[in-house]
Design a binder for this molecule. Sequence first.
Ligand code: COA
Length: 247
Amino acid sequence: MTCFETILYERADAIAWITLNRPAVLNAYSVRMRDELHEIVQAIRDDDEVRAVVVKGAGEKAFCGGADLSEFLTAPSVIEARRIRALRDLWGALRSLQQPLIAALHGYVLGSGMEIALFCDLRIASEDVVFGLPEIGLGILPGAGGTQTVPRAIGLSRSLDMLLTNRRMDATEALSAGLVNRVVPRDALIAAALGVARRIASFDPMIVCDAKRAVREGLDLSLEQGLKLEQRLVARARRTTGSSRTN
Ligand code: COA
């Protein structure tokens, strides 16, 4: 286990575990956390042995209570706080990570916490989960991709409802909206995430990464371009494996 100031990082066999570790402040997302997450994501990108990544939050109350409000309040201005945050492209690094990311979500998942979860490929939540985008009530816009990633996951109407009215979403609604893949009891959350990570890790890693890439990149393309991307990846897989497993 590697201890950073705000993150715990551990790799067990082919599975990497990232724990947001500021439980006293509901794992609030700080500049320090951004830097440490960025370093860890780069290390995972370069580590061929990692086949799946689980992101979770320490403590009982939250996966992440959003951006560290004490930093926003002490920065000379919100614009300055945002400028400092943009100095490292954590969101780009997360988005382009080849290996699948699984979010294990409990308690409050607010603001940047929800945005981190949305950069993950699969989301498993415990029954006590509460999603929310409080930014507008604080006089700011979501700045970690939320205006783009949330509608892609749950559609226009639900996203605007959460964003414009600060309405929170519980586990039942999150499941029916497609915001999470499954809901489990709180004490089963880590085992459920581990089960999913192990299953993914048991498959051919190149096929897994290419399947993720085809779906993620394809969503930003026309159907025609997406089908071409799929065919390129299928052809490459055939060349690499020499097999006819792909259709
Ligand atoms: N940034 C910095 N500190 C935070 C935080 C954040 N986003 N969210 C919670 N904390 C701190 C609280 O200040 C408190 O610290 P303290 O014990 O020194 O007073 C501690 O975490 C526990 O939070 P608390 O408010 O006592 O818990 P609660 O169960 O009563 O309420 C929330 C939980 C999530 C409703 C409440 O903490 C909250 O509204 N947090 C801010 C959420 C937010 O607006 N995030 C920013 C999104 S952009």
